[in-house]
Design a protein around this ligand. Structure first.
Ligand code: PRP
Ligand code: URA
Length: 212
């Protein structure tokens, strides 16, 4: 049983666990895997955005005025390519006006060290709610690299949403960027000798895009 203090927020919801089991199942084909990735991301994102600021607003219903609240924050979502793209549609469904940055990182197959090959970020990140989406937090190298680039670009409020985390990755993020909250349904047992999460779900990008 994993128990670390925040900033890890374990998103514990029956629907999340049910979907996660489908993602873990080696028999799930890419078409279903993609659908499940979007569904679980909607639930995780809703949790990660729970404390978004709102401002009061009024609309006219057919029967008169009704007061409510509108989101009053600039949301920037940053998928880490390529697997993070599998979570992007969910965010844009929930937050259609979100701005989108991209960071391309790929782990070297032998060393598992993440190398950056692409970056395009929106300007003016200082007051934005920046959400990094990357389904797998394994060694944490990709996460720490993405956060470092975002901080260099001015981001101050950064949170990470992933689908499966390993204790090694969580520890690294906590050590290097303790101000970054991690939202995940689970922290698995650990990493194998190839730095894959065990039991995990395999290579997310390959399963998402059928490149196995
Ligand atoms: C995967 C995943 C993360 C990274 C996690 O990407 O999407 O970005 O590995 O591992 P880490 O915590 O050890 O850095 P990968 O490098 O396989 O690239 P891909 O998304 O293009 O498949
Ligand atoms: N990247 C993946 O896609 N899966 C893992 O288990 C680790 C890194």
């Amino acid at each position: 049983m994993y128990s670390e203090p925040v900033p890890v927020i374990l998103v514990d919801h029956p629907l999340v666990h049910d979907i996660l089991l489908g993602l873990r199942d080696a028999g799930t084909d890419p078409e279903r895997f993609r659908r499940l990735a979007v569904r679980i991301s909607v639930l995780l994102l809703a949790e990660a955005l729970r404390d978004l600021p709102t401002s009061p607003a009024t609309v006219e219903t057919p029967l008169g005025p009704a007061t409510g609240r509108r989101i009053a924050a600039d949301i920037v979502v940053v998928p880490v390519l390529r697997a993070g793209l599998g979570m992007l549609d969910a965010v844009l469904e929930l937050c259609p006006s979100a701005r989108v940055g991209h960071i391309g990182l790929q782990r070297d197959e032998t060393t598992a060290i993440a190398l950056q090959y692409y970056e395009k970020l929106p300007a003016g990140l200082a007051d934005s709610y920046v959400i990094v989406i990357d389904p797998m937090l394994a060694t944490g190298g990709s996460a720490v690299a993405a956060v470092a680039r975002l901080k260099e670009a001015g981001a101050r409020n950064i949170r990470m949403v992933c689908i499966v985390a390993a204790p090694e990755g969580v520890s690294l993020v906590e050590r290097v960027c303790p101000d970054v909250r991690i939202y995940t349904p689970v922290v698995d047992r650990g990493l194998n000798s190839q730095k894959y999460i065990v039991p995990g779900l395999g290579d997310f990008g390959d399963r998402l895009y059928g490149t196995v």
